[in-house]
Design a protein around this ligand. Structure first.
Ligand SMILES: Nc1nc2c(ncn2[C@@H]2O[C@H](COP(=O)(O)OP(=O)(O)OP(=O)(O)O)[C@@H](O)[C@H]2O)c(=O)[nH]1
Ligand SMILES: [Zn+2]
Ligand SMILES: [Zn+2]
Ligand SMILES: [Zn+2]
Ligand SMILES: [Zn+2]
Length: 300
């Protein structure tokens, strides 16, 4: 008998109607219904209604973030992965490389973790401004958290289309706008004038659903995790624009099948781009920097 769930009690051996049972193996699938999730005490229709309401409110804030980033010439990337794939290590290496290769480019970081500010401290140690967002029990960042953090960054205070390009792509920029937070928003730029990295909470599940207003999600998968991750967590790899396969320095010691992993990622997302990187050894960093600095060349 079920004591947790408020749905109709079932006799021993029976299962709830919201569970799909494989007749051959007896395997249970709680995500086979229309809501793709089972919540104790809640039917699938109500789960869909709640998710629609909550994500709808989030998406409105995300749209405002997106317009706000555009008005400031900010290109934001949302780094998502399971815990320990190397997001912070890659970010620190990226920030150091950007300081060398694009010293005039304003960069900032929003760091999401459940509890500590360890990762923001690691970022600040590179000299890049960072705001830590602790989510407590929350397993993902939402658009409001990013709006609140962005408002506290100098990137917001300074990047108002007043600076000249440090490199020539031959395009015009929108004129300066006075900015008292009644600002008119201009159309998005076709390339990064400043970069905002958002490190999401280490979790391959929920961050896939939450739009933060980013220009793209970058899924970081390390080669110690198994090549079938894109199939096991398809929502995340479907939502990502780029998959970074990190820790490739460890490949000689592992049975990780790189082509198979890429094939799995492309199966759930035919348009996904892939870069092979070692955040600790520097492999692949040039291609990654190029990807970041030339967003207009990325697939739409
Ligand atoms: N060998 C190797 N180790 C790496 C690489 N990148 C990161 N690591 C190691 O992986 C561990 C986790 O790295 P983090 O950067 O803290 O991972 P994270 O994704 O930020 O972790 P969370 O914030 O907890 O989700 C650390 O011990 C890193 O030194 C890499 O390219 N190669
Ligand atoms: Zn981290
Ligand atoms: Zn979550
Ligand atoms: Zn340019
Ligand atoms: Zn603004």
């Amino acid at each position: 008998m079920c004591v947790v769930c408020g749905c109709s009690t079932t006799a021993a051996g029976e299962v709830h109607e919201h569970v799909a049972v494989n007749a051959t193996t007896g395997d249970l699938h709680y995500g086979a219904g229309s809501a793709r999730v089972s919540v104790p005490g809640m039917g699938q229709a109500r789960a869909i209604k709640l998710e629609t309401d909550v994500l709808g409110a989030n998406n409105q804030i995300a749209a405002a973030n997106r317009a706000h980033f555009a008005a400031h010439g900010v290109t934001a990337y949302n780094l998502v992965s399971s815990p320990g794939s190397g997001k912070t290590t890659l970010l620190c290496a990226t920030l150091r490389a950007l300081k060398e290769h694009a010293p005039a480019l304003p960069v900032a970081v929003i760091e999401g973790d459940q509890q500590t500010s360890n990762d923001a401290d690691r970022i600040r140690a590179t000299g890049t401004p960072a705001i830590q967002v602790n989510t407590g029990k929350g397993c993902h960042l939402d658009a409001q958290m990013v709006a609140d953090a962005f408002a506290r960054l100098d990137l917001h205070a300074h990047a108002h289309h007043t600076h000249e390009h440090t490199h020539g792509h031959g395009h015009d920029h929108a004129p300066d706008h006075s900015h008292g937070h009644e600002h008119d928003h201009v159309p998005p730029h076709t390339h990064a004038e400043s970069l905002l990295f958002i490190e999401n909470v280490g979790n391959l599940v929920c961050p896939a659903m939450w739009d933060l207003g980013e220009a793209g999600k970058v899924a970081i998968l390390s080669v110690t995790e198994g090549e079938d991750k894109p199939l096991k967590y398809p929502d995340m790899f479907a939502a990502a624009r780029l998959m970074i396969l990190n820790k490739v320095d460890l490949l000689p010691y592992l049975d990780f099948d790189v082509p198979k992993c890429i094939e799995y990622a492309q199966r759930v997302n035919p348009g996904i781009e892939v870069l092979l990187v070692s955040a600790t050894k520097g492999t692949g960093m040039d291609a990654w920097l190029d990807w970041l600095l030339h967003p207009q060349e990325q697939a739409a």
